[in-house]
Design a protein around this ligand. Sequence first.
Ligand code: ATP
Ligand code: MG
Ligand code: MG
Length: 348
Amino acid sequence: GGTIGILGGGQLGRMTAISAAQLGYDCITYAPERDSVAAQVSNDFFCNRWDDRAALAAFALKCDVITWEFENVPVEPLAPIENQIFPHPRALETAQDRLNEKRFVDQLGGTPAAYATVDSREDLFAAIERIGTPGILKTRRDGYDGKGQWRINSARDAEGMRLPDTPTIYEGFVDFFAEFSVILVRAQDGEVRFWDSAENVHEGGILATSTVPASERVAEQVGPARKLAAAVAQALNYVGVLTCEFFATANGPIFNEMAPRVHNSGHWTIEGAATSQFENHIRAIAGLPLGDTATIAPRVEMRNIIGKDVHTAQEMLSEASMHLHLYGKRQARDGRKMGHATKLVWDS
Ligand code: ATP
Ligand code: MG
Ligand code: MG
């Protein structure tokens, strides 16, 4: 037993809390919102702001171990309680800024898309000159689900563009034939286990489906991608679940970004793997032995339920091999992740 604190109140926290409860832990959700979807299944610790140091100190007193489910938690206020936090907040620091993240991966011998920092129009034109088009301008911080990204198809596009008033990075558009993710869990003693890599399809910058096994062409690239992900985990002395997203290209895997947490492309592991990403994250941060990550069905298909599709989601249960997860969000806004469904396919 014991108490696990989770920074962030979204569906990732909700599913983590459900796994923690199964293992006999109490969870407390720290979030600057009331009745978050995680707080529906855990104790609620309301804060006015993420960086309310007094609130964080009071929260930490209630918790044996703290983790996060939200990537953009401000890092600096975590310093006084960092010994309680797994993974260590240095992982957040690295992943929160796309520039840091890419430099870090470069140093480890990984291959990100060509990139350049852009803080002015001159920078943007220089970046386009060097890297070429098409490309994508991305805010360095705070982006998710493709928000804070602008496709640039030509230098002329850039002329008419208004830059956001926050630091950005220009990335060359990667000519990929597929996308996949590597999800690993690293224990406090350094043991690393990988789940099978899912092939991921995004629609409009939002994950639509994750399928295991990945196609053969993708599977060939998983080896080197795992090597890089393991190097990232090792360099950060990481504890918990870590995700790295990759583009599969004719020249091998190109690193897209990392998520220092459980990940949407790993939701299939709840029913499709011997131990889910959520359970193994709890095991790792609590200092328990890791569970088997093997896939247990010949094929597993995860589909996100986005926006108003949630209203008809229960119809999917007419298929007996389908499992439904609804996140308890009250408003089905366009583009909002409302739930997901996982199908185990036994006869493929
Ligand atoms: P999330 O954190 O929710 O995964 P995000 O907002 O951080 O999303 P990215 O992963 O940077 O977004 O991009 C979202 C998707 O947009 C990618 O999975 C890919 O499909 C496409 N994309 C992003 N960058 C590139 C690129 N340089 N070349 C080609 N496609 C890209
Ligand atoms: Mg991201
Ligand atoms: Mg992404």
